[in-house]
Design a protein around this ligand. Structure first.
Ligand SMILES: Nc1ncnc2c1ncn2[C@@H]1O[C@H](COP(=O)(O)OP(=O)(O)OP(=O)(O)O)[C@@H](O)[C@H]1O
Length: 320
């Protein structure tokens, strides 16, 4: 039999009620579907307020959904057996700062049922994995943000979880700290751990994720592998033009998707179907086309487009 999906979310919605009389509502999630295969690193990409943390809190049974359902390994998040298989690193880990890193990870290991030599060995192992062996006996209040993040990851790993849920694990870190966390996530993937990775940092998604869902205003507006998402964009052609000012090109009546005035040339993107007529007009008016090739959209451009489109449709936020 196939092993159940580490995370299966169907038609999930969440509306928070606010105010003294609970009469104000904020729609945080709307009809969200998500399905992770074992061993995948799955990115949940979205701007602030997109509903990423709400999704995580529902999976951890900290928040109850208003509709739909979430399953962890085929079980509802309320089942301890389901949550036992999950390691979690919150957005701003705030471990007991008067404990040392080793004491904190040991506490977490004990709570997950380890004891004796097995516990000590596993704690040393995970501290080594996150390169915190040397600082393990310092109090956490002396740690940098990157060290706190790594020790938080160690506590999440101590129970050998099959699923790691990471909420913005690299935000606020310097490039070295980010690199270390990324490498750890890749090592976990190598071990077969499934990872749900929430972020708004696009290069991290490109570097780490097998698949990604883009969340805006509580809705999933894109889903697929990074390569699929990028290649599903409308095909455009990029042209570099010399000898014509931007205003003349804009007055030619052909829709321009992107324009940039560079020192002595203009860079523009047109739809593939507009490329021939555009070329003809540019040459007729004395322009020189020095480069012409298919335009590749980055994940960042796709993300920004998804945000723009979502702004034009109904989105989440306060509804009454
Ligand atoms: N406990 C709460 N009570 C009321 N509204 C909430 C609560 N938690 C979240 N919200 C609202 O729900 C929406 C989604 O928030 P959520 O924290 O899930 O988004 P997010 O994508 O994690 O954002 P961020 O990147 O800023 O952490 C926001 O409009 C937020 O203000």
């Amino acid at each position: 039999m196939d092993s159940p999906s580490p995370i299966e979310i169907r038609n999930l919605s969440k509306t928070y009620r606010l105010g003294f009389l609970m009469n104000r509502q904020v729609r945080a999630l709307q009809s969200l579907d998500l399905s992770l295969l074992p061993g995948q690193v799955y990115g949940l990409l979205g701007p602030n307020g997109a509903g990423k943390s709400t999704t995580i809190k529902i999976l951890l049974n900290l928040v109850q959904p208003s509709g739909g359902e979430a399953r962890l390994f085929g079980m509802p998040p309320s089942e301890r057996e389901a949550r036992r298989r999950v390691g979690y690193v919150p957005e701003n880990p705030a471990p007991y700062e008067y404990l040392t890193g080793r004491e904190f990870v040991t506490l977490s290991g004990r709570l997950s049922g380890l004891s004796g030599k097995e516990l000590d060995d596993r704690v040393s192992e995970v501290l080594g994995m996150v390169q915190m062996t040397r600082a393990a006996n310092l109090q956490i209040r002396r740690y940098s943000k990157g060290m706190v993040q790594r020790v938080a990851l160690a506590q999440a790993l101590v129970s050998k979880p099959a699923l790691l849920i990471l909420d913005e694990p690299t935000s606020g870190l310097d490039p070295v700290g980010r690199r270390q966390i990324r490498d750890l996530i890749l090592e976990e993937r190598h071990r077969g751990t499934t990872v749900l990775f929430c972020t708004h940092i696009i290069p991290d998604v490109e570097a780490l994720c097998d698949r990604v869902a883009v969340l805006v205003g509580g809705r999933r507006v894109r889903e697929g592998s990074v390569a699929e998402l990028v290649s599903s964009q409308t095909t455009h052609v990029e042209m570099t033009v010399e000898g014509l000012p931007l205003e003349r090109i804009q007055a030619m009546g052909i829709p321009l998707e992107l324009t940039r005035q560079l020192e002595n040339r203009v860079l523009l993107h047109v739809r593939e179907s507009d490329a021939q007529p555009m070329l003809k007009r540019l040459l007729e008016q004395g322009g020189r086309v020095t480069q012409l090739h298919p335009a590749r959209f980055s994940l960042e451009e796709l993300f920004l487009r998804a945000l723009e489109e979502a702004k034009q449709g109904p989105v989440g936020g306060e509804i009454s």
